[in-house]
Design a protein around this ligand. Structure first.
Ligand code: SMG
Ligand code: MG
Length: 375
């Protein structure tokens, strides 16, 4: 593949309702998109990728403007040099970008755009590329921290009415045992899990153990990103299965977490781990180790939501993902909106990772458009 040019866009898309976690309240999603115009076997083709980084480095150390900068200065020049020698394929991106330390969300966005272009040129869907045969995947929803238990119960009831198969509650100190108890009492049989986004320390172990009585599927990332050993210690102290999100950034860190007993379950987010290909490797490592995985979310637009659904069709994804309908976050998506039917999302069959985004949606939400020449 030869890269002709790349357009980096920053979009700001309003959310239908504010999304509060232990680290921030989002009212709009700032999204960096990567549009790669390339030639594959003489054919002109365009590929799209979306960056998982938020506007601020509060979920992880990456942020959207920083990702745009590192793509322009350091990542794209490496791919462009390789593309002149025609060694560039989606499968070589990871190795070509390895000399740049970290910046996995930036790398993931670029790899997704290249993979999208490559699959579109070949007329192959992402599911076919992965060898996925499932045509639908179960849909879960992540429910932010609310102002009151009443508001939480209303929100959960609304999502259950829409058919979501699993509820995830965001928790933080001061918003944990009581809200979880209220939801469990209202819905004794619902598949329920919690996510703390690293809001606790090991000193809170006795308090967190109080969550054990609610029959949760898992507790996600209670401790800090680099606290693998402490997660292992907490896992031994709790009956609720330990799930890691932020801590798992690669297949290597997944292997470490599994070996240490820090993760009984892994949330795989393609953006967090440097792309869909590393995400599949984590799936493979976890599956071989008897560890369940599920697909996490970063409030993806239609540029990545369907690709996440395809990934979640792999056999090791045995728990419902944070792959909700587009309408969970957006009144208007960039592509045909994803919908849930009978609690599940269809695995896309079109070529590539995503549909071409709608030009008027891009125009409506773009706050910055930067043309980057690859050379
Ligand atoms: O995309 O459905 C989604 C959001 C799922 O809760 C979600 N993501 O830590 O798992 C997580 C959070 C990270 C994003 S919070 C702005
Ligand atoms: Mg999480």
């Amino acid at each position: 593949m030869q890269i002709d040019h790349v357009t980096l866009r920053t979009l700001r898309i309003p959310l239908v309702t504010p999304f509060t976690t232990s680290f921030s309240t989002q009212t709009a999603r700032t999204v960096l998109t990567v549009e790669v115009s390339a030639r594959v076997a003489g054919r002109e083709v365009t590929g799209w990728g979306e960056c998982g980084a938020l506007a601020e480095p509060v979920y992880s150390d990456e942020y959207a403007a920083g990702a745009a900068d590192v793509i322009e200065r350091f990542l794209l020049p490496r791919l462009a040099a390789a593309s002149a020698d025609t060694v560039l394929t989606a499968e070589t991106v990871g190795e070509l970008l390895e000399p740049v330390v970290g910046h996995r969300m930036a790398k993931a966005a670029l790899e997704a755009a290249i993979l999208d272009a490559q699959l579109k040129a070949a007329g192959t869907s992402f599911a076919t590329y992965l060898g996925v045969t499932r045509d639908r995947v179960p849909s879960g929803v992540s429910v932010g921290i609310q102002d009151s238990i009443r508001a939480l119960l209303d929100a959960v009831a609304g999502y259950l009415d829409e058919g979501y198969q699993r509820i995830k509650l965001k928790i933080q100190p001061g918003w944990d045992v009581e809200p979880v108890r209220a939801v469990r009492e209202a819905h004794p049989d619902v598949a329920l899990q919690v996510d703390a986004n690293a809001a606790y320390t090991l000193v809170d172990a006795a308090h967190l153990r109080r969550l054990d009585e609610f029959d949760l599927l898992l507790i996600e990332q209670p401790l800090a990103e680099d606290d693998l050993r402490q997660h292992a210690e907490l896992a031994r102290a709790m009956a609720t299965p330990m799930c890691l999100d932020e801590s798992v950034v690669s297949a290597a860190s997944a292997a470490d977490a599994i070996q240490l007993g820090a993760a009984a379950v892994i949330n795989i987010k393609p953006s967090r781990v440097g792309g869909y290909l590393e995400a599949r490797r984590i799936h493979d490592v976890a599956r071989a180790s008897g560890i369940a995985v599920w697909c996490g979310g970063m409030l993806e637009t239609g540029l990545a939501r369907g690709a996440n659904a395809a990934l979640a069709g792999l056999p090791g994804f045995t728990l419902p993902g944070d792959i909700s309908a587009s309408s969970r976050f957006y009144a208007r998506d960039l592509t045909t909106p994803y919908v849930i039917e009978n609690g599940s999302i269809a695995v896309p069959t079109f070529p590539g990772l995503c549909e071409q985004p709608e030009a008027d949606a891009l125009a409506e939400f773009s706050t910055e458009v930067r043309e980057v020449s690859p050379a």
